[in-house]
Design a protein around this ligand. Structure first.
Ligand code: MN
Length: 254
């Protein structure tokens, strides 16, 4: 199996090395990732300047490719240039931090997997989720989960325009309770815009805020993580709100 891995935390992030080492028993692994952190870059691509690829050495001495492009650019370069369109599986991660609920919309990690799905490759995004604020992230649980998921999913034909989004609780492999297939939940952030004042008395703002502690609905990605399961959600690129088609017709065509 020929595997491409990328991320949005940058080629030298701890999570991508852990992912590479976890997947090596399954086949030949190629690493093509941004040369700097690109978290929350969404699905941006680079159109107005040249894209570069250079070889770098990872912390274990192995070879990887770093690009000045975004995570989605790295997928295009990885599949088209580095792997010459011969790729069986794309995995993006292991992201340092959750990609649950509405996070998917902002996530560079998930966008890389979306790019893979657009280009017709089996794609999986994987992230490790802290369970309490500020804890140190470990990647052994997510590495184990990635290997399990890739070996299971690689046996099946995946429909066009779909991908998988996995989240793993920040636990040792033996403390993870198993896998739960979930739907995308919702996560609410409070105080998203924090106003501050610069030394000259001018206001500025920090985007961020903390999570609202809400009881997650059963069957969602958020709930699976809270229950210490690996969450895996099948995702479709089609964003159409099918339940609104009829009502929209009525409103517009009346
Ligand atoms: Mn990230």
């Amino acid at each position: 199996m020929r595997i491409l891995i990328t991320n949005d935390d940058g080629v030298h992030a701890e999570g991508i090395l852990a992912l590479k080492q976890a997947l090596e028993p399954l086949g030949e692994v190629f690493v093509v990732a941004p040369d700097r952190p690109r978290s929350a870059s969404g699905h941006s691509i680079t159109l107005h300047k040249p894209l570069r690829l250079k070889t770098v050495k990872l912390a274990d001495g192995s070879k990887a490719y770093a690009s000045n492009g975004t995570p989605a650019d790295c997928v295009s370069l990885g599949l088209g240039i580095v792997m010459e369109h011969r790729c069986d599986f794309l995995i993006s991660g292991i992201n340092s931090g959750a990609n649950l609920g509405w996070d998917l919309t902002y996530s560079g990690t998930v966008s890389a997997a979306i790019e893979g799905a657009i280009l017709g490759v089996r794609s999986l995004a994987i992230s490790v989720c802290e369970l309490t604020e500020g804890e140190i992230l470990r990647y052994d649980g997510a590495g184990w989960a990635a290997r399990e998921l890739v070996s299971k999913l690689s046996k099946h034909e995946i429909p066009k325009h779909t991908l998988f989004n996995a989240n793993v609780p920040n636990l040792a492999p033996d403390r993870i309770k198993g896998f739960q297939v979930t739907r995308q939940g919702s996560r609410q952030y409070s105080d998203r815009l924090l106003p501050r004042e610069d030394p000259w008395g001018q206001p500025y703002y920090w985007l961020g805020g903390s999570l609202v502690d809400e009881r997650a609905q059963e069957g969602t990605d958020v709930h699976a993580i809270q229950s210490h399961f690996v969450s895996i959600t099948p995702v479709h690129l089609d964003l159409t709100a099918y339940t609104l088609l009829d009502a929209t017709r009525e409103w517009i065509e009346e």
